[in-house]
Design a protein around this ligand. Sequence first.
Ligand SMILES: Cc1cc2nc3c(=O)[nH]c(=O)nc-3n(C[C@H](O)[C@H](O)[C@H](O)COP(=O)(O)OP(=O)(O)OC[C@H]3O[C@@H](n4cnc5c(N)ncnc54)[C@H](O)[C@@H]3O)c2cc1C
Length: 381
Amino acid sequence: MAVHTTQVGIVGAGPAGLLLGHLLHLNGIDSVVLENRPRDYVIDRVRAGVLEQGTVDLLMAMGVGAGVESRGLRHDGLYISFQGRRHRIDMAELTGGRAITVYGQNEVVRDLIDARVATARPLYFEAEDVSVAGLDTTPVIRYRHAGADHELRCDFIAGCDGFHGICRPSIPNGDLTIYERSYPFGWLGILAEVEPSSEELVYTYHERGFALFSMRSPTVTRLYFQVPPDESIDKWTDDAIWDLRTPALERRSLPHALREVGARAVADRPVSFDVCVKGAPQSCSPAVEQQLLLICQEALTNAVRHGSPRRIDVELEYGPKQVSVRVSDDGRGFDPARAEQATGHYGVVSMRERAAQVRGRLTIASKPGNGTRVEAVVPVV
Ligand SMILES: Cc1cc2nc3c(=O)[nH]c(=O)nc-3n(C[C@H](O)[C@H](O)[C@H](O)COP(=O)(O)OP(=O)(O)OC[C@H]3O[C@@H](n4cnc5c(N)ncnc54)[C@H](O)[C@@H]3O)c2cc1C
């Protein structure tokens, strides 16, 4: 067995282990980092994406912030959304310029690995059978690497191997106090290769629980929604996710649901709102009802948020071959061509995509100073 010595033996090359290794290096302290997974696995592992200001400041101060500075997406605010309404929290304004930054944990890990390699200090991937001993006398880490057994004698061991690692259960009885709170739900995370439809994060509470709209980059969206903690991932096929019906349509007709989302959108505001149904209501497929309702909800939210209208009317018209929904307001209007480019603000692209998903089309008529009319027409045969 080969015997080595170091000041700090670090188990785990996640963000904690790598950051600690670099901090120690900057202070002239020796360390060895041992990771049981391959390098590519550690870099590709999808996890966090949101860095608080303190983390960004630390990365910059340590000289490993070039990536986060050039590729991170700085957000000065975020949205909290509940009861059908979205509220923006301007964090930079409220905290004297502090923000959050969207930058994938895997990018942070990649930057830290590069920094570690540049220092020429030891970092070993695919270390097998890692174990720690002598924690209350002379700490040692034993492991196998490249087919040989090693013993690393340390002044200190830093257990940075996460919740399921070997260090946590190795702490002597009585030296560890666990504070734990388990919540009766889990989050299902989706990584989608699609341009984010909002420029800032949206934390939502709705009838089905929590949901988070987030992103990883200008072309990758990250979404979470609440599921039971023991949910099997097999249940969530792509189709099951697309088929998620909004709770507003559960046990309610479309006109009823439109009245409900409209009333919520204008609540506490000096805006009058009405829904008018034309033609003989007919049952449409759940997908058509769902998309029409969500288009309407987006149009109502936009009208209230950007248009300052006094009145909003929703017209639902059933024809023999198609169903249309029109959301008209007398607000300040806008230039639709400009809104198409500012997708994050007006959700025009997402309304168009919703209409297209049920073979329908969306038109927007608006002029600055002259109100807005959003119309979706969808075939029902
Ligand atoms: C889906 C998800 C989303 C998240 N989103 C966010 C977010 O947006 N913002 C945020 O701040 N946090 C977020 N987190 C939390 C964040 O990912 C963790 O806090 C972070 O990974 C903890 O870093 P760590 O280095 O302590 O542990 P880990 O990242 O778990 O790293 C531990 C390392 O130790 C290695 N290891 C394990 N056992 C051994 C062993 N026996 N020998 C050697 N090596 C071993 C592992 O392979 C791993 O590389 C999220 C977590 C998840 C799962």
